[in-house]
Design a binder for this molecule. Structure first.
Ligand SMILES: Cc1ncc(COP(=O)(O)O)c(C=O)c1O
Length: 501
């Protein structure tokens, strides 16, 4: 299983998220999924579809099934096929909007989660992609093209919504790769997930930090969302602290093998979830809970914040599509390039229900003060030129192999340790016998390994039973250093290396 999808995906190609859930044959289901995607505007006119073999591999169907479905849609006028330019969505298959529009003085946050031993020889802290794999040449080429092509007005003050080129590129990319239903004017560019939280919850009204930009200017708007905010019982401490600094109370939802217990949602006005890959414990949110949380939001007039931090990185199957597609009016999807490219780029996006767009723009102020317009243009070029897809697909292969090596090394050297969660993302959680986490972290430090225990991520107010585990960022070290880091980690985990405290 782990082999097939990613190996095929390694080939140059592009991602296309489709759910083949319609009854009947696979060809009929694929035809319906493609028509729905075109009709809803998720696949814009002119969009190039993946080659037969690539889509067949991604969907786990026969190549002929895809070829037949494409041929049928060409005959119906949804698609065009031309020698040399592949199969594209027909220009006259106009995107319709209904799929989107018819649905209806707190402490300052710490800069990072606490780290163990900054001088450690082996860095297995989660949170960073392999920095040595940043696509320098592709980024440089995109930057160069973007600078050449940018109109003069691009060098003036930036539009707080973000560059239209980037919003259009993201709308098409997110629809294609993550199943998101949106349009460019519902996307607001920001500098990353943390900035999005500040924009949504930062309130000028209570005299807390508000939306103050790098230059110290306050954004013009009030608070877009109010607490209390339900969060997963395990999550990034930095995010909780940031919210606390904004005066937002967070209420922990327990987790079980199906993800967050959304049945525990009560009077909160919003919930923050990591549905594709729970951070950090690693499971996806169960399909029934995905539906249930949207029902809750509809019934309560509440909103779901979807943190899609590593949604593209799934190794055992194609990624689960974004929760946002279940109800674009009830879910705010937030993403960034921090995992896919680098956290140094500081670019992210918010895909918003229509009613929040004005308030978020007001919160940003009159001009773009965070996200460099030139970087935005470069990212737009990277996406439109296909380089972003190529990089993501290459990194999927790279990180999958890192994870496989971790699993294999543990199976051989520390077979009592279970790697939990699905094969996805840039980190894994190693489950430990109860009570052994502190000594395991200490043993790792003695071996020169920097990593975090699960306890670092636990909400202080949760009453769910605590789990012992290590959060291993297998993407972090450069390739040449990974083998030695694994060796040191296994050295810390060999039987007898950890003890109950
Ligand atoms: C759970 C989670 N959410 C979001 C992010 C992205 O944060 P940002 O976009 O602010 O870098 C990260 C880190 O990359 C993360 O681990």
């Amino acid at each position: 299983m782990v082999e097939s999808w990613v190996n095929y995906a390694e080939r140059i190609g592009s991602d296309l998220h489709l759910e083949l859930s319609a009854p009947g044959s696979r060809r009929a289901a694929l035809g319906k999924a493609l028509r729905d995607a075109i009709r809803s505007g998720r696949l814009a006119p002119g969009t190039r579809l993946p080659p037969y073999r690539s889509l067949a591999a991604d969907l786990g169907v026969a190549r002929n099934t895809v070829a037949d479905a494409y041929a049928e849609l060409v005959a119906e006028g949804w698609l065009t096929a031309r020698q040399g330019s592949g199969t594209r969505v027909a220009e006259r298959a106009l995107p319709l909007h209904p799929a989107v529009t018819a649905q209806a003085s707190a402490p300052r946050p710490r800069a990072r989660a606490p780290r163990h031993d900054r001088s450690a020889r082996h860095d297995l802290r989660q949170g960073t992609p392999d920095a040595s794999a940043f696509p320098r040449s592709a980024w440089l080429a995109s930057y160069r093209r973007a600078l050449h092509q940018a109109p003069n007005e691009a060098f003036g003050p930036g539009d707080p919504a973000g560059r239209p080129e980037l919003r259009a590129a993201l709308a098409a990319y997110l629809a294609r790769a993550r199943g998101v239903r949106t349009e460019p004017n519902r996307i607001v560019i920001c500098s990353g997930f943390a900035h999005a939280l500040r924009l949504l919850f930062g309130g000028g009204s209570r005299g807390v930090t508000g939306n103050v930009d790098r230059a110290g200017n306050r954004g013009g708007g009030g608070q877009v969302l109010r607490g209390p905010l339900a969060v997963e019982a395990y999550g990034l401490p930095f995010q909780r602290e940031l919210l606390a600094a904004e005066g937002v109370r967070t209420v922990p939802l327990p987790l079980d093998e199906h993800g967050a217990r959304v049945d525990r949602l009560a009077r909160e006005r919003a919930v923050l979830l990591t549905p594709a890959h729970q951070f950090p414990t690693g499971g996806p949110l169960h399909a029934e809970r995905r539906a249930a949380v949207v029902d809750w939001a509809r019934a309560r007039g509440a909103v779901v914040l979807e943190d899609d931090y590593d949604g593209e990185f799934r190794y055992d199957r194609k990624p689960v599509g974004a929760l946002q597609s279940l109800d674009p009016e009830r879910v705010i999807l937030i993403g960034s390039v921090s995992k896919s490219l680098s956290p140094a780029v500081r670019l992210g996006w918010m895909v918003l229900p229509e009613r929040y767009v004005g308030d978020v723009l007001a919160a940003k102020g009159d001009r773009e003060a965070w996200a460099s317009v030139l970087d935005q243009l470069a990212l737009a070029d990277l996406i439109v030129s296909g380089s972003y897809d190529r990089h993501v697909r290459r990194m999927r292969q790279h990180y999958r192999s890192r994870r496989d090596r971790l699993v294999a090394a543990l199976a051989e050297r520390a077979p009592h340790i279970e790697v939990s969660g699905v094969a996805a993302g840039l980190h894994a959680v190693l489950r430990l016998p109860p009570g052994t986490e502190p000594s395991a972290v200490e043993a790792a430090v003695r071996q020169g390994v920097a990593l975090d225990g699960l306890a670092e991520f636990r909400h202080p107010e949760t009453d769910m039973p605590s789990d012992d585990g290590l959060v291993v960022g297998y993407a972090t070290p450069p390739e040449h250093a990974y083998g030695a880091a694994l060796e040191a980690l296994c050295g810390a985990l060999t039987p007898g290396g950890t003890r109950e405290s």
